[in-house]
Design a protein around this ligand. Sequence first.
Ligand code: FAD
Length: 369
Amino acid sequence: MKAPKSCVVVGAGLTGATAASELAQQGFQVRVYEQADVVGGHVRSEWIRGIPYEPHGAHIFHTRDTAVWQLVSKFTDFVPYQHRVTIRVRSHHLSWPLQRCELPQLEEWSEVEQELASLPHKPDSTNFGTYCRSLMGETLYNLCVRNYTLKQWGRAPEELSASVAANRVELRDDGYRGLFRDPHQGWPERGYADLVEALLEPAEIHLGQQITCSDLAQLTRPGEPVVITSALDDFFSGELGPLEWRGVRLESKFIPDVRLAQSSMVVNEPDLAVPWTRTIETKWALEKLHDTPGTVVMREYPGASAKHYPVPDSAGINRALQASYEAKLAAYTRNPLMAAGRLATYSYINMDQAVRQGLDAARHIVEAH
Ligand SMILES: Cc1cc2nc3c(=O)[nH]c(=O)nc-3n(C[C@H](O)[C@H](O)[C@H](O)COP(=O)(O)OP(=O)(O)OC[C@H]3O[C@@H](n4cnc5c(N)ncnc54)[C@H](O)[C@@H]3O)c2cc1C
């Protein structure tokens, strides 16, 4: 009799859960190994007295990938939510991305106006600092970007690659105040755990198991495919040195009696005297709760040891180390190994890209079989 098709997934975040779901759908027996004692990875939502909050930071599902949207909507119900961010500059709450029409309220408007009139046609992509200065002028850069970046990344904007600006920094004059422009945007009505647990339903889950390459001989049979969604330096026990990450720490506080505590779900705090980078009120995502008393506001502090943001240093050192780990992965012959997701590819990806990468990894395995 032919052995059943089987495979292993390392990590039960959104990428691993999607790969597991798709592979199970295609007739594979799937074993998922997760180091934490809960599934979901970075995408988590919790509830205090019926009010949602996200212990790892605000997550809004947004995508142009209709197949991905249809897939996640099959596993949980999304409510429409168009995400808005504001930035606090002293007593001013400005839209983020900045809107030109709101800028005259700033005390620095005359300098800002002159600088905006003499911007180059194309931003200077030498590094993140030059990019932002040439996009919005020195004054706005100093008010909104420089100190926020120092807090968020722990380094000067000039030490970061201009790629950091993509999808983060814009100067708008179209009056559109949503952060994202994707046609599909929403928040899962019952939270993200509902989505991830539904995806993982057909898989065999092993919690509390941190997997490295040396475990594969014991956990897998030769030739059994493995989808890796953990960081590759962890997977190879740091053999080539550690990859650099920037992490955040969140502190949540339940505020009774208040319906909504702030001007938008996320408020950025560029002031260096304020130790947190932003405050988050997830309740904004669920309109049906807006009249319910009680809310949760989280402060996001930078500089935690967690692996949240890969560091795109302008010299490209981290990228080169990741490439060396990828070469090690490709040279492994006992099992076909596939890296997918934000940790294993050392990249900042949104949830829709995580789902897409999970689907692609599953498709490769199915096609190879
Ligand atoms: C602060 C912040 C806010 C974000 N906001 C948004 C947003 O609004 N919208 C959006 O689309 N995206 C957002 N993202 C991105 C989103 O979090 C990611 O796209 C998503 O979490 C990627 O899922 P993943 O499965 O690849 O990684 P993860 O969620 O990190 O899952 C990896 C899993 O692998 C496990 N693991 C790691 N190593 C091992 C090991 N050795 N053995 C076993 N298990 C292991 C981990 O415990 C984890 O459960 C945000 C990211 C951050 C940092």
